[in-house]
Every structure is written in structure tokens, then in C-alpha cells.
Design a protein around this ligand. Sequence first.
Ligand code: URA
Length: 235
Amino acid sequence: MRIDKFLSNMGIATRTESSKAARQGGILVNGVAVKKADVHIDPEKDVVTYLGRKIEYRKYTYILMNKPDGVVSATEDGRDKTVIDLLPEELQKLNLFPCGRLDKHTLGLVMLTDDGDLAHRLLSPKHHVKKKYYFESKFPLTEDEISYLEKGATLEDGYVTKPSQISLFDDKKSGYITLVEGKYHQIKRMLESVNNKITYLERVTFGPLSLDTSLGRGEWRFLSKEEIELLEAHK
Ligand code: URA
């Protein structure tokens, strides 16, 4: 793999930054400075240092995105912009996919990766990964409705939702809901089961990950090593 591709995939430097760093002697391979960033390395064996920092190789890429309105969480869509379209070209070439879907008009935390095993584990119903959403509803929710939704709501197709947790703000029309599953349009359908309607929905956590408030809508960053370890440890 080319060293500039390696550094870009690891989220360390863009190709332009790598070229500049290489010209200035800032990239070492096994302790020896390379003059150009197009040198090929074996990421599993070679030790790469970028501006004095040893770069650990990770086979997969993990990204946290703040999904904006109107973008679909899919890898391709004939009509709408996808979360993949929001990434730079270099990352679009990797086989990244969103780990779980948000509706087109739901905002907030989406994790993207090319680590199929991890995604499979996190999405499997067995693992009960918690997802917390901030929501606003058209009408206030009553205590009875809250306890019904929390215990398990019967959706229009007869499915009974797993227990959830809801905390409301004083207006009773906004709050947080935490789910351990992710059925199609689940929160919208849960609110519909009590003759109400979601007017705003934003995911704020996914398992151990929290939406990074420094990310604007449509912005993204690589997950930190600690965040990846937390996801991997999530059993
Ligand atoms: N529930 C919904 O209705 N929509 C989402 O995007 C996520 C959960």
C-alpha cells in the first residue's frame, strides 16, 4: 500500500499533507525518512512514523458522522444524497457503510465502517445495543402513554416493541427515548400507536458512542482508538 494512502486511511493526513511531510523528512519508515509519499509499504509489518508519531495500523476504518436532514443512510441511492456522498473521495473508495439506518429526515449520530463483523455484532438483536434519540412530538404525552410506550407498544403490524426508556421535558412534547432495537421507522410508529406524531428526531448515542457536538451537520471525524475499543468490547 502507498504510504500516502495508508496515512489517509488511518485518518492521519491527506495525500497533500503526506507529500509535504515526506519532502520535509517528516515521514519515517522503519526509522528511515522517505523522500516521497508514493513509496509502498507493508502496513502489517513496516513501522511508520508521521511527524514524530508512531502510526498504528488498523485494518478497518471507523467514522462518526452527524447526519443532516434529507440525506439517506445508505451506500447508494438513485435519487437522494447518501451519507457516503458526504465523505471525501478517498474515503468513498473504501467499502464503508452505515452501521444501522436513520430515516431520511432523522438527524444525528451515524457510525460508518467497513468492518462487517463488528457492524454485524452491534446490529444483532442479541446484543441490545442502546440507541438514544432526542425527539419532539406534535402533542404532549401523558403519563399513561409514556408507561405504555416504555413497557412495549403494539405497532400497526402487531409487533410489540421491546421495553424502552423515555424522559420528557416540562413541555411533555420533547424528550429522550432510548431503544434497544431498531425496527423500521420504530419511534415514528411508536408515537403513532398513541395517536401522536414525531416532528423532530435526532440520534444522540449509539452504544458507547455519543454525538460529537463539535461536528456540524454533515460533518464527520474518525473514531478515536478508545471509541473503537469501547465498540469492540460491547458484548
Ligand atoms: N425511529 C424512527 O422512526 N426513525 C429513525 O430514523 C430511527 C428510529
